[in-house]
Design a binder for this molecule. Sequence first.
Ligand code: PMP
Length: 283
Amino acid sequence: RIVFLNGSFLPIEEAKVPFMDRGFMFGDGVYEGIGMLDGRLIDNEAHLERLERSLAEIRIPNPYTRAEWTRFQEELARRNGMTEGFIYFQVTRGVAERDFFFPDDPKPTVAMFTQAKSIADAPAARTGIAVVTVPDLRWQRRDIKSINLLAQVLAKQAAKEAGAQEAWLVEDGFVTEGGSSSAFIVTKQGSIVVRPLSNAILPGITRKSLLRLSQEDGIVLEERRFTVEEAYEAAEAFLTSASNFVLPIVSIDGRPVGDGKPGPVTTRLRALYLQMAAAPALA
Ligand code: PMP
């Protein structure tokens, strides 16, 4: 398995990050994750734009241009023989003696790896998944894609131990988002409901594409917060993320959503998304 570290492609066993890296010591960094289908990166410009924004917000200089990022991503996928899966890339503030203040001359650490994975034909897309709700214990800048994921680690582990595959995070009675996904419900009238962008959630790239596709398809969008109770009563629920596209949710806190099977609106949106991902130039 080949990974990318600071400009080099090398076997994962040889890819070593220094002990004093601020990513390791402070979680001082940001990351991105992007889906690949048929050897094509999906929505890469939007992911690179979000990376630029995350870096700017925490004041780490972006080490590469968009063209360089893209070249490294494609080269890494090629070297691993991956045409479908996930590419992870992160940037930390680099190596310095442990001190909270920024180093004077930061040299960001850049790490990237691939995970081959069947996204288009995932079994979970046919069966749907279970989610459980847990309190959202994260900080107040969730719009930054920080590598600090402790709250999500705990939330998703709690979900797993409750027999579910994702956690829905709840604040003030409203669902913010999933532990690693954007959260949607479909009303009995067939409109989709999603929380508006703010510092309370990550601006999901799949969310953005999905909203465009749903609007082109004439589906009514209600961009507003929704409560856990409203989710229990919804006709359908689903999540979106770069590594899963659109995934039906068939139970919330052990209660079946609708008839407990993936619903028609979710199924249609997944199909539209797959179509777009397979032929982006035509979308
Ligand atoms: N919210 C959170 C907290 C996430 O970690 C992710 C996955 N990156 C998402 C939403 C979905 O974002 P995207 O569609 O860009 O993968």
